[in-house]
Design a protein around this ligand. Structure first.
Ligand code: PHE
Ligand code: FE
Length: 297
């Protein structure tokens, strides 16, 4: 593996806001360069989220964090996590500067490599940061890679991504929505009650509470094509969360070849993020309170 010298990602201010400069290089986690502030940021966030997530995140997620030896004590070393993770499911964490071009990202997943941003947010960004940092990637995404079924789902997604990329932008949009409404913002109905498994939710205090407890958003049963048609929000909490019954259900529903599905969806209208459809399996129809108009991606 070619490893580059780590450096903090630079951003360009454009008329669309801050745009990250994409870099594809893998970096060795520069663990010794983390400052006391960096470790303190991890500790604060870890403690706060763990307290909130007991009884809110699915048990697989919480148990995996413990098994991997993640704790509030300090920022974990990728090398140490990789020993446990590799033995459990064969996944490897690789350090990156930040967001990767889509095809590179898919290729990593297809080969059971999960790119983790090496740097952590500044103390003044504790509650919100627009781009993924180490806390989102490591605390949010990595634990479920310990689960054999979810681990297989992520690899299959990577291979599906390479394929969708070759088919075209619309297929890619359909697939990205699936990632968004499962890997990032998914809920799971367990015998103990509704729980969170999406990384975008577990790494956010506000959305951990909102996604489960607010009356505003819709909570709708997982349906592959429904999700692939549904726009989403990148600047507010989600208007709709999709609920799986199990990781096995997710794996089974996504195992067919998507090529004919992409073709069939090409003629169908995209759905606004907050819509409820007649044939939805509705866990909760949201009140829509506090929703922003427009802005669906
Ligand atoms: N079955 C999908 C395809 O043929 C691949 C995939 C699997 C996509 C799991 C996402 C999740 O494209
Ligand atoms: Fe993410």
């Amino acid at each position: 593996m070619d490893l580059a010298q780590p450096r903090r990602v630079e951003h360009q201010q454009t008329d669309k806001g801050y745009v990250p400069v994409y870099t594809t290089a893998l970096v060795e986690q520069p663990w010794d360069t983390y400052t006391a502030d960096d470790h303190a940021t991890w500790s604060t966030l870890y403690q706060r989220q763990r307290e909130l997530l007991v009884g809110r995140a699915c048990q697989e997620f919480l148990d995996a964090q413990d098994e991997m030896g993640m704790s509030a004590h300090m920022i974990p070393r990728f090398n140490q996590l990789n020993e446990v993770l590799g033995a459990a499911t064969g996944w490897t964490l690789v350090g990156v500067e930040g967001l990767l071009p889509e095809l590179d990202f898919f290729d990593h997943l297809a080969n059971r490599r999960f790119p983790v941003t090496w740097w952590i947010r500044r103390p003044d960004q504790i509650d919100y940061i627009a781009e993924p940092d180490l806390f989102h990637d490591l605390f949010g995404h990595v634990p479920l890679l310990m689960n054999p079924v979810f681990a297989n789902y992520m690899e299959a997604y990577g291979r599906g991504g390479v394929k969708a990329h070759a088919i075209g932008p619309e297929a890619l949009q359909n697939l990205t929505r699936l990632y968004w409404y499962t890997v990032e913002f998914g809920l799971i109905a367990t015998p103990e009650g509704m729980r969170i498994y999406g990384a975008g939710i577990v790494s956010s205090k506000g959305e951990s509470l909102y996604s489960l407890e607010s009356a505003a958003p819709n909570r709708i049963g997982f349906d592959l094509q429904r999700i692939m048609r549904t726009r989403y929000r990148i600047d507010t909490f989600q208007k709709t969360y999709f609920v799986i019954d199990s990781f096995e259900q997710l794996m089974q529903a996504t195992s067919p070849d998507f090529t004919p599905i992409y073709a069939a969806l090409a003629d169908q209208a995209h759905l606004p993020a907050g819509d409820v459809q007649a044939d939805d399996r509705v866990f909760q129809a949201g009140t829509g309170e506090g929703w922003a108009d427009g802005g669906d991606v």
